[in-house]
Every structure is written in C-alpha cells, then in structure tokens.
Design a protein around this ligand. Sequence first.
Ligand SMILES: NC(=O)c1ccc[n+]([C@@H]2O[C@H](COP(=O)([O-])OP(=O)(O)OC[C@H]3O[C@@H](n4cnc5c(N)ncnc54)[C@H](OP(=O)(O)O)[C@@H]3O)[C@@H](O)[C@H]2O)c1
Length: 318
Amino acid sequence: MRALIISEYGRSDVFKLQDIDQPKPGSHQVLIELKCASINPVDWKIRAGHLSLIIPKHWPRVLGVDCSGIVSEVGSAVKTFQPGDTVFGMSNPLRSQYGSYAQFSLVEKDSIARKPDGLSFSDAASIPVAGLTAYKALKLQIKLKPGQSVLINGASGGVGSFAVQIAKVLGAKITATCGADNIEFVKSLGADQVIDYQVQDVRSIKERFDGIFDASAKLNFSLAKPMLNRNGVYVTTVPDPQTILGMATCALFGGKKAYIVSAGSGAHVPEELSAIADMIVSGQIHPIIAKTIKLEDVAKAHEDSEQGHARGKTVVEI
Ligand SMILES: NC(=O)c1ccc[n+]([C@@H]2O[C@H](COP(=O)([O-])OP(=O)(O)OC[C@H]3O[C@@H](n4cnc5c(N)ncnc54)[C@H](OP(=O)(O)O)[C@@H]3O)[C@@H](O)[C@H]2O)c1
C-alpha cells in the first residue's frame, strides 16, 4: 500500500512516501481502506519524538490518528463491523503503527463508528480527535447546561471551532479567545463575546464562569481558578503540573474542579462519535475545513500546525 512513513523521530523532512506491506488486522482490529485523514497537533508531537516514552518504537510508523473510509477486513473477534461498512474514527498510536496517512489503516474496533450517509468522508475525518475532545470537555466534564457561562480559550483551532459550536448547541453563554485575525470567524461560530488574547489578558476579565475549556492549554488550573464560579470546572487539553495538583486537591477537598480531557478515553467513543456526526447531519454544527490536501502536502501541513495558529481542520484526501 502507498503510505507516508517515518523511520525515525525528527522534523517534517523525516516523512517518506513509499509502498509498504498492507497490515493484517489483529483479533479486535479493523482494517480500513481510507478515504480521508486529518491533521492534529498530536501527529507532529509524535513525529518529533515528544511522546517517545509512551509510543512503542515500531518502524516504519504511519502517523495520522483521524480517519474515514471503508472497512476492508475485520479481526476474528469483531462482530460489529463487516467489509464494505463506511466508518470514521481514530487509530491508536499506542496499539497500531499503521495510522491514517496511508491507503489502509489499522484501528481498534472500539475507536470507530458507522459513518451516516449524510456525512461526507471529508467531514467525517475532521471529527474524531478535535470533535471528541470538545464534546467530552463540555458535555461530560464541565456538564454544561443551558444558560450557564463558559470561557473557551483558543476558540479558532481544530478543538476550539468544534467547542464553540457544541457549547452553543448546549445553550451556553460563550466567551471565547483567539487572535485578531479570527475574531469575526469565532463570532460566526456562535460566541457571544470574543477577546483578542494578544490585546487583553484573559485573566483580566471581570466575569466568573461555570466552565473554562482551555482548548489551547495556555492557562492552567491555578491561573484559571479565580475566574471560575464557586463550583466551576476547568478542563485543559494538555497535562501540566498545576492542573494535576488541582485534580488531586479537588478530589480530596471538593470545590472547584479540574480535569484533563482525553479524546480517545472511555468505553463510549463510538456513541460519542455518532452524537457529533448527528449534530453535523442535522445542521446544528458544521466542521470547519480550512484546507484539503494530498499525502504529498502533509509535511508542510505539519509545519503549519506546529506554528499553533491553525484555523479549523486540515483534511488529507488519500
Ligand atoms: N488531550 C487530548 O485528547 C487532545 C485532543 C486534541 C488536541 N489536544 C491538544 O490541544 C491543543 C489544541 O489542539 P487543536 O487541534 O485545537 O490545535 P490547533 O488547531 O493548532 O489550534 C490552536 C489554537 O490555539 C490558539 N492559540 C494560540 N496561542 C494562543 C494563546 N496564547 N491564547 C489562546 N489561544 C491561543 C490559536 O488561536 P489563533 O490562531 O487565533 O492565534 C488556535 O486556535 C494542542 O496542544 C493539542 O495537542 C489534546
């Protein structure tokens, strides 16, 4: 199969587009013939070796977590999918070295869902990591209710652009932060108030929030805590010492809560993927696909993502 592989950690020039053997699914795995993938910061974090302590060193490795496509083969224990099904979801780099920058990807059966007919392969591939992160943070961790207030820090990127729209569906009053170029864009997603983080320090806002979703992970629990209401909840996307300490403290003494969201965690990923897909098919939210690229352009897309100012998602057509 044609695959964009890496055989060592490094900068974006470690990618090589070449033919490698098509993998066989393990008993709980599904082989997907890919239609689309999408770019996430975790892809270049793995490529650069930032996660080398936890990711098995299996070379060659195909990066790319988000995927959509057609089931090609299933493992012996897989009863929920069969060849020909159209699906979308995530490959798990801890369990599979065959990610989604390739013609075929190996995924765990519990990390994918059926793709509804009304959802394009492109939109489907934009959902998994970013959409699940936003959905879990707002609905399952902050447990946002209609009329509650939420601050979404870093609202214009992959996670943030899903988060603003999902918070709107949940009926929240939304304050969002982003750079100057994205203010009108974030308002158009449904934010009630938008702050340019380059002009105003978000911590100077007088308002107190029921929830703070730190999509860009530029705060931490210590910095965010004074901005929360008495029983407010802070969720970040990247672990940091202050938030880990805050999680332990609130588990012991109660009060304001802190969480670190994880896109692929829990036993309900397929249902959560389907819930987000339903919001798209019913027109409540829409994925923001800023760019559609080919496998040959992934190295450049990684360089862009590493700048930390992506708008929405970049989808890779396989
Ligand atoms: N734990 C998980 O499971 C999980 C899942 C998904 C993502 N993540 C992590 O979450 C982070 C965001 O992911 P993403 O896909 O949304 O990235 P992205 O698409 O690259 O977006 C980054 C966003 O950060 C904003 N930003 C940059 N500097 C900022 C600042 N000083 N204050 C506030 N916002 C700022 C940018 O806004 P402007 O462009 O307007 O400047 C942009 O919207 C990454 O670190 C990623 O690794 C974790």
